[in-house]
Structures are given as structure tokens and as C-alpha cells.
Design a binder for this molecule. Structure first.
Ligand code: G3P
Length: 226
């Protein structure tokens, strides 16, 4: 399973990339805001400035899919924004919401050879629609489903069945990951990708018995050398 970082913070992305296990990056307007930058200038055609600089800085740190999200409500606006983002770098995946307008935009992006990430996905039927439209990546938000009292991983299992039943080329990107257990569950279900906050990626390395084991080996090594 590929691992992406769900962050626009350059220090986090740089550190995670240095571990050698990072395959891509997802950003969204909230993550851009949390990274301390204006998400976008006044209109989509003004997109640039800090947002563009940040996305381009990320492309230099990670050689893999980098998601940049559109904010227009209609397909025409999304297509205009997406064409601009895609021209910045070959690894950019244009993120659009799973609405009828978003799906229309994905069909057009597919024709243009522009890679996409359909986001804000909360049901298996939305996965089916995004896959039919030719989305490159499809992002179900598991954590937000769990927050709402639903079984997020059951939805991932259904979505993976649908993708495999019809040999769709779309890759399922499990998003809104809250903890390391969700990463394991996504991998067991065969999801193609999980995008994780920095703290979840960091926590995946950790186990108290690893720390305890190192401590004992070092203590015994010190004794052996005496
Ligand atoms: O890529 C964004 C997605 O992962 C949302 O996460 O934590 O805001 O539900 P969260």
C-alpha cells in the first residue's frame, strides 16, 4: 500500500520524505490554511502566490502524486483551475469534490490527460460514480464517517469490491485517517493508498517493546564489552 502525507507543512513533508517510505502528498484548503498561508487569491484565475509556491516546493520534496484542490462550485471553474494547476508540474493531481459538477470535470480532465483526485467521498456509490468518470484517485474520508457514527472501514471494503469487480483503474485513497489502526485496516482491505497526518506516520514506527528491546540490547552490549 502506498503511503501519502496529508499535510501542506513543508517541515513535516521534508521529514516524512527523509524516511524513504513516502509516496505522495495530499493537500486541501484547510491544510493550506493550517500551514499558515493564504489558501488562494480572490479568484481561481489569480491562483498562484504562496499556494503555487507551496505546491511547487512539495513537488521538489516528493516524487509522486501531489494533490491540489479546486474551490470553484461548477465544472467550468474547476476545469479552469485544474488546467492551471496541472501546468505547474506533471505530478499534480487536481482535486475536485464528489458532486455532479466535480464528476463532469473529471470526465473532461480525463480527456485532457490531467490526473485527478475525487475528494469528500462518503459512500460506496460515490466511489462507483468517481470510478466510472475515470478518476485517477478516489478519496473516502473514513475518520469523518466514524465521527458521524458510521462504519468507515465497511465502506472501504465495499468500495474495494466495486473497484475489483469491474477492473476500474481508479486507486482508492483512504483519507481522514485518525490513527494507526485505520492504516492497518486499510492495508488489510487492500486499499491502494492511505494518506496520513504526520503524527500518524510517525506513530507507525513506534512500539513500546521496540524501545524496551533496544534499551536491553544496549545494556547487554555494554556488559559484553566489559
Ligand atoms: O485530505 C483531507 C482529509 O484527509 C480530511 O481529513 O482529518 O480533516 O477529516 P480530516
Amino acid at each position: 500500500m502506498k503511503l501519502f502525507i496529508d499535510s501542506a507543512k513543508l517541515d513535516e513533508i521534508k521529514t516524512a520524505a527523509s524516511w524513504g517510505i513516502l509516496d505522495g502528498v495530499t493537500t486541501n484548503p484547510t491544510l493550506i490554511m493550517q500551514a499558515g498561508m493564504p489558501a488562494r487569491n480572490a479568484s481561481p484565475s489569480d491562483a498562484g502566490g504562496d499556494f503555487k509556491k507551496t505546491i511547487l516546493a512539495i513537488t521538489k520534496m516528493v516524487n509522486g502524486p501531489i494533490s491540489a484542490e479546486t474551490v470553484s462550485p461548477d465544472a467550468a471553474g474547476m476545469i479552469k483551475e485544474g488546467k492551471e494547476f496541472a501546468a505547474w508540474h506533471k505530478n499534480i493531481h487536481v482535486k475536485v469534490p464528489c458532486t455532479s459538477e466535480g464528476i463532469k470535470a473529471v470526465k473532461e480532465f480525463r480527456k485532457l490527460g490531467i490526473k485527478t483526485n475525487v475528494t469528500l467521498v462518503f459512500s460506496a456509490n460515490q466511489v462507483l460514480l468517481a470510478a466510472k468518470s475515470g478518476a485517477t484517485l478516489i478519496s473516502p474520508f473514513v475518520g469523518r464517517l466514524v465521527d458521524a457514527g458510521e462504519d468507515g472501514m465497511a465502506m472501504i471494503a465495499e468500495a474495494m469490491h466495486i473497484i475489483k469487480n469491474y477492473n476500474f483503474t481508479s486507486q482508492l485513497l483512504v483519507a481522514s485517517v485518525r490513527d494507526t489502526r485505520m492504516v492497518t485496516d486499510a492495508a488489510v482491505l487492500g486499499a491502494h493508498i492511505a494518506t496520513c497526518p504526520f503524527k500518524v506516520l510517525e506513530a507507525m514506527f513506534k512500539h513500546p517493546l521496540t524501545d524496551k528491546g533496544i534499551e536491553k540490547f544496549l545494556a547487554d552490549w555494554a556488559k559484553a564489552k566489559k
